[in-house]
Design a protein around this ligand. Structure first.
Ligand code: NAD
Ligand code: WQD
Length: 364
């Protein structure tokens, strides 16, 4: 775990945990695509529990492709964020200025079966990371939070003042909520901490090049990758969970956000760290502000792909809410960010990625 040369010791760096995953890799791409980010080196830590690396390769597939596309180097460490000693060495080897913390387990259903694994990875891992940050004097953090912290909406759209932590349906959701509470406590304990907790709504789609995208292991839990795999012929039909919700057509409504818009939200968040007056804990929604039903997403995907998506209605999925969408005003105000891509773009790019790579990164 040595830096590659003396220069890399000095250059300011951004540490990206979980940077080989879906949102992390698109954020790394977004940072490296921009000329204004060249001032930073990118250091990725990922244990590859949910990222793919081809045999014989040193770097995971998405990072290798990003390097190819941008011509820029990414420092990659295969490491679990619970490995304090390992993290310590990485902080000692790079001039890390801030951290974007994506690394977590994220399958809601699995978290109900394996709560300890989820609390271990998502909470203990996060605390270990924070300890190492503090020990190295790094106090700037962007955290991957989720609209799941709001639980069952009391009113829509959801703004950041909506209560969090009430009636959460899974250990996964609680782990995101607990981490937010831990970060609030950190900010109270020491004014040097600056934390931006980005509450994502439903990230979907892929980089417009079609070269990186979402590559779930096993049968997808989420709607868009499931639809894409039906369209490409890997799965037989979509099971629509519930058609009796009080929504436009009875199916669940969500605020889908293009992963490139989401990634750009992180780039904007990092810029806030330049303002010395900006401090403390800030929760910010990243969503479009518009909700679409399951059937509206299916119809949009069929239009984008020219394929029919077979589906059948079934019972509601435990823990699902009827509708969920963001008030994105704070992101506009604080980050000068708004989602630029609509549902047709999300479906087009999800299809572009899926149709070029029916088996995800294994096809790269
Ligand atoms: P992902 O699984 O694709 O990426 C997470 C990455 O973290 C993976 O590459 C995985 O290998 C790595 N990882 C997991 N545990 C680790 C550990 N202990 N040490 C080191 N690396 C580890 O997931 P994603 O969709 O990119 O999500 C990224 C973050 O965003 C997560 O924190 C997730 O909770 C949050 N989030 C995701 C969504 C979503 O729908 N995708 C929505 C809201 C919030
Ligand atoms: C969307 C809609 C389903 C699959 C999850 C997490 C949340 C956050 C985002 C991380 C719902 C319906 C789905 C299927 C279906 N992740 N659906 N058939 O549940 O809104 O949010 O991802 O933080 O915490 O819970 O997303 O994509 O699973 O579902 O009918 O096979 O599609 O019922 O209405 P969800 P989703």
């Amino acid at each position: 775990m040595k830096p590659q040369n003396a220069e890399s010791i000095m250059a300011p760096a951004i540490l990206v945990t979980g940077g080989a995953g879906y949102v992390g890799s698109h954020t790394v791409m977004s940072m490296l695509e921009r000329s204004e980010s060249v001032e930073f080196e990118i250091v990725v830590v990922d244990n590859l529990s949910n990222a793919y690396r081809s045999e014989g390769q040193k770097k995971p597939a998405p990072l290798r492709i990003i390097e190819e596309m941008t011509g820029k180097n990414i420092h990659f460490y295969e490491l679990d964020i619970r490995d304090k000693e390992g993290l310590d060495k990485i902080f000692a080897a790079h001039n890390i200025e801030c951290v974007i913390h994506f690394a977590a387990l994220k399958a809601v259903g699995e978290s109900v079966e394996k709560p300890l694994e989820y609390y271990q990875a998502n909470i203990s891992g996060t605390c270990t990371l924070f300890e190492v940050m503090r020990d190295h004097g790094v106090y700037k953090l962007v955290y991957s939070s989720s609209c799941t912290v709001y639980g069952e909406p009391e009113k829509l759209p959801l703004d950041e003042s909506h209560p969090t932590g009430r009636g959460l349906a899974s250990p996964y959701g609680r782990s995101k909520y607990f981490c937010e509470e831990i970060m609030k406590d950190l900010c109270k304990s020491d004014p040097k901490w600056v934390v931006i907790s980005l509450r994502y709504f439903n990230p979907v789609g892929a980089h417009h090049s079609g070269r990186i995208g979402e590559d779930p292991t096993g049968i997808p839990n989420n709607l868009m990758p499931f639809i894409a795999q039906v369209a490409v012929g890997r799965l037989k039909e979509l099971v629509v969970f519930g058609d009796d919700y009080p929504t436009i057509d009875g199916t669940g409504v969500r605020d889908y956000i293009h992963v490139e818009d989401l990634a750009e939200g992180h780039v904007k968040a990092i810029k806030l760290f330049k303002d010395p007056a900006f401090s403390g804990f800030h929760a910010i929604n990243l969503g479009t502000g518009t909700g679409y039903s399951v059937l509206q997403v299916v119809a949009a995907f069929e239009r984008a792909s020219g394929r029919r998506v077979a589906r059948r209605a079934a019972a509601r999925r435990a823990g699902d809410v009827a509708a969920n969408y963001a008030d994105a005003a704070r992101a506009r105000r604080l980050l000068a960010w708004r989602a630029a891509r609509g549902l047709p773009d999300m479906c087009r790019d999800a299809w572009n990625w899926q149709s070029r790579h029916p088996h995800g990164f294994r096809d790269c």
